[in-house]
Ligand binder design. Structure first.
Ligand SMILES: Cc1cc2nc3c(=O)[nH]c(=O)nc-3n(C[C@H](O)[C@H](O)[C@H](O)COP(=O)(O)O)c2cc1C
Length: 175
């Protein structure tokens, strides 16, 4: 049966938006309907008529966007009633799974939502798009980690799209 899937997301530099769009394409390729929604722009409720929800958020300074946390709190009933999943975008997801998981645990604790399926996806280091201070701060953090690139004349994307595709297909399989 065809499902209509809502994909609300929070994004600060745009990578989570790209991942959400990619998931929506996978969903459509399997014959379902999908609608992505930038929570900052679309407001704070899940519209009627959707059969399932995939929430996306990214990590900055150790936590996901506050407005995604608020969105999940407000829509807790719908998220618990409908098949739902969360994906979390961070640099920790590239080589530091323990930290990536700890961000999600904190988010689950703050929202009271424990999604049946969670995806941890590597984010991006967009050195050329950051301002001076942010660029140097991110280079320092990346250097300390050891698993990340530090040439600030380039941007790096650590998202593994095959893993994103598998996440989406696993979600669809369970519907
Ligand atoms: C100012 C800043 C702080 C960040 N803090 C963290 C962090 O604490 N932990 C982490 O794993 N990634 C951190 N990141 C990496 C982001 O999660 C990554 O860049 C991601 O792609 C952002 O997704 P978005 O573009 O959808 O906002 C940070 C990035 C920036 C620019």
């Amino acid at each position: 049966m065809m499902a209509n899937i809502y994909l609300p997301y929070g994004t600060t530099e745009g990578q989570t938006a790209k991942i959400s769009e990619y998931i929506s394409e996978v969903v459509r390729a399997h014959g379902h309907d999908a609608q992505t929604a930038d929570i900052k722009q679309t407001g704070d409720t899940i519209p009627d008529g959707f059969d399932a929800v995939i929430v996306g958020a990214s990590v900055h300074m150790g936590k996901h966007e506050d407005y995604v946390r608020d969105f999940v709190r407000k829509n807790g009933d719908a998220l618990k009633r409908l098949p739902s999943a969360l994906f979390s975008v961070s640099l920790a997801a590239h080589g530091d799974a323990e930290n990536a998981e700890s961000y999600v645990e904190k988010f689950e604790h703050e929202t009271g939502w424990r999604p049946a399926q969670v995806g941890l996806f590597g984010g991006a280091l967009l050195y050329t798009q950051y301002g001076f201070l942010k660029r140097h701060m991110m280079k320092k953090i990346a250097g300390d980690k050891g698993t990340l690139d530090t040439d600030t004349s380039q941007d790096y994307v650590y998202t593994e799209w095959d893993g994103v595709k598998r996440f989406a297909e696993d979600f669809l399989d369970k519907l």
